[in-house]
Design a protein around this ligand. Structure first.
Ligand code: AAT
Length: 283
């Protein structure tokens, strides 16, 4: 067995054993590696950071998608930015009311390799007639999209380094606001409160979004393979409140079986630890 090791802070590392290094290449955008191990199954990393593995992907993909649909069950048009593994699109496509899903992923190679090595997230996504693949930069995509053209934008991006940086800017969040309709919701990558480098990025995202959207909240989930295991998404919207407007009975009546998300957890996820609240409010 060999070890994949990721630097979580200056003096903290996280390692996962693997049996096979399935694939390694440098795309025009980033270093891509796929591994096969016992504990987490097949997993892939971008620029040496864990993105998706077979064992805990359900947590991330449940949490990026379902809270928005519980808040507005009438969502029809969805833009996924990043998300090249297909897991976010897979969850969105489970809603029969969804009419269109655009995947604006910068690196087509991530999508193609996931089709090959990670069918758990990628299988069936391209074949769904509601799916539109728009490979390219997510920032450029929103800049060119018409006003009020989406009900939901899911920013399923890497951390704010290299290609992912543009997706943490005020310019990007403003464009998201413009392309969302009156009930529009933006869910975005909100990093992690624990290790200081990630906490700085969390605060930066917060400061910017809060200035643009009238409703801007943050919710948490437990992701064993992301630094510290404690991760956040931002929930921003033009008019809908994720607690007041979420109707548990309506979402439960849709009848989706989920392994992590449920409507009780929905309420709890928005209750943040005091140190996280303080860090977010200090911005
Ligand atoms: N579903 C969880 C997987 C990811 S991968 C994030 C994707 O965002 C990658 O495929 C990357 O190519 C894509 N991406 C990065 N920048 C851009 C951009 N500017 N436009 C479009 N796509 C982009 C998320 C993992 C989260 C890890 C948290 N530590």
């Amino acid at each position: 067995m060999s070890w994949y090791t990721e630097q979580w802070s200056e003096d903290c590392k996280f390692s996962v054993g693997y049996e096979k290094h399935l694939h390694s290449e440098k795309s025009p955008f980033q270093q891509i590696d796929f591994y096969e191990g016992k504990e987490f199954g097949t997993f892939f990393t971008l620029d040496g950071l864990m993105m998706v593995n077979e064992k805990d992907e359900f947590i991330y993909h449940d949490m990026i998608v379902h809270p928005a649909f519980a808040t507005n069950p009438d969502i029809k048009k969805v833009l996924v930015i990043g998300g090249g593994d297909g897991g976010t699109a897979r969850e969105v496509l489970r809603y029969p009311g969804v009419e269109q899903v655009v995947l604006a992923e910068i690196d087509e190679q991530v999508f193609r390799l996931c089709q090959q090595y990670l069918p758990i997230t990628a299988a069936g996504v391209e074949e769904d007639p509601r799916m539109e693949l728009a490979f390219g930069d997510g920032l450029a995509y929103v800049q060119n999209a018409p006003d009020a053209s989406f009900d939901l934008i899911l920013v399923d991006s890497t951390d704010p380094v290299s290609v992912g940086e543009g997706l943490f800017t005020t310019a990007f969040y403003k464009e998201c606001y413009r392309v969302l309709n009156d009930k529009g919701i933006l869910i975005n990558q909100h990093e992690s409160p624990y290790f200081s480098e990630y906490a700085e990025n969390m605060k930066k995202a917060r400061t910017k979004i809060k200035k643009i959207f009238p409703i801007a909240q943050v919710y948490q989930y437990h992701m064993p393979t992301y630094p510290s295991g404690h991760w956040l998404f931002g929930f921003a919207s033009k008019s809908l409140d994720p607690l007041k407007d979420a109707d548990a009975d309506v979402w439960n009546a849709i009848g989706l079986k989920t392994k992590y998300y449920n409507t009780d957890l929905h309420r709890g996820a928005f209750a943040l630890p005091s140190y996280v609240r303080e860090a977010l409010d200090s911005e």
